[in-house]
Design a binder for this molecule. Structure first.
Ligand code: URA
Length: 234
C-alpha cells in the first residue's frame, strides 16, 4: 500500500504539493469514492484512480525507445551539454528515468530509457547475452581477416572482446554491421581501431530482437509495447 499523493507524483501528475492540493480540493477519486486525504493508503496496482474525472493508467515502470541523435549525451543531466533526458516530452519525463546503456555523443540510434534499474541491469549484463547491433561506416575497407578476428575476439590494450559478428553491407567493406554482446567504453570504435580502421559513423539499430523503429525520426521517442519489451530478451 502506498500514499495516494506519492502515487500521483510518481505518475508525473505534479509536484507533491500540487498533488496534495488536487486531493484536498476533491479532484481525486479512488474506486469511485472521493478521497480528500493525501496520506490515504491505496494499492496503485489494483485501485482505480481518477484525477479530474480522468482515469489514471498506473505504470510502475516506464520503458521508452529513442532514436538518439548525434550531439547529445547519454546521461541524465549535464549542466553544460544537452542530454537524452532533455529530449523527453513532459508526459514521458517520469521521475527516475535514465538511459539503459550509453551511446557516445556522436553515435546515433536505438537507446532504451527506463526507470527500472533491474531491467537495465539485465539488458546490459554480458552474461545475459543480449546482442547489440550497429551499422558502422569505416574510413577504409575491412574483409575476411577482420571478420575472422571479430569472430575469435578482438584484442584491445586492456581486454579481449567476446566473439562478435562482422558482416559487410556493401561490396567494398566500408559499410558494415557489427553484433556484440558487451558494451565497454567506445567498444565498437576500439575494435575497429585494433584492426587499423576508424569508425566515421555509428548507429545502433537493434538490441536483442528489438529493432529501431524506422518511423522514429532522430530525437524521437515513444513508449515500448509489452511485446517489444519481450523482444529484447528473446
Ligand atoms: N561502441 C562505440 O564505440 N560507441 C558507441 O556509442 C557504442 C558502441
Amino acid at each position: 500500500m502506498e500514499r495516494l499523493d506519492k502515487v500521483l507524483v510518481s505518475q508525473n501528475i505534479g509536484s507533491r504539493k500540487d498533488c496534495a492540493g488536487m486531493i484536498r480540493r476533491g479532484e481525486v477519486q479512488v474506486n469511485g469514492i472521493l478521497v480528500k486525504k493525501p496520506e490515504t493508503k491505496i494499492n496503485p496496482e489494483s485501485d482505480q484512480i481518477t484525477v479530474g474525472g480522468r482515469s489514471l493508467r498506473f505504470r510502475r515502470f516506464v520503458y521508452l525507445m529513442m532514436n538518439k541523435p548525434a550531439g547529445v549525451l547519454s546521461a541524465t543531466r549535464d549542466p553544460r551539454a544537452s542530454t537524452v533526458l532533455d529530449l523527453l516530452p513532459e508526459e514521458l519525463s517520469v521521475k527516475g528515468m535514465f538511459p539503459a546503456g550509453r551511446l557516445d555523443r556522436d553515435t546515433e540510434g536505438l537507446l532504451i530509457l527506463t526507470n527500472d534499474g533491474d531491467f537495465a541491469h539485465r539488458m546490459l549484463s554480458p552474461k545475459k547475452h543480449v546482442f547489440k547491433v550497429y551499422h558502422a561506416e569505416l574510413d577504409g575497407p575491412v574483409g575476411e581477416e577482420d571478420i575472422q578476428a571479430f569472430r575469435e575476439g578482438v584484442e584491445l590494450e586492456d581486454m579481449v572482446c567476446l566473439p562478435a559478428g562482422l558482416e559487410l553491407l556493401d561490396g567494398q567493406g566500408i559499410q558494415v554491421r557489427v553484433r556484440i554482446c558487451e558494451g565497454k567504453f567506445h567498444q565498437v570504435k576500439r575494435m575497429f581501431q585494433a584492426r587499423g580502421r576508424r569508425v566515421v559513423h555509428l548507429k545502433r539499430v537493434r538490441i536483442g530482437d528489438l529493432e529501431l523503429d524506422p518511423a522514429l525520426p532522430a530525437g524521437g521517442v515513444r513508449e515500448l509495447t509489452e511485446e517489444e519489451l519481450s523482444l529484447i530478451f528473446r
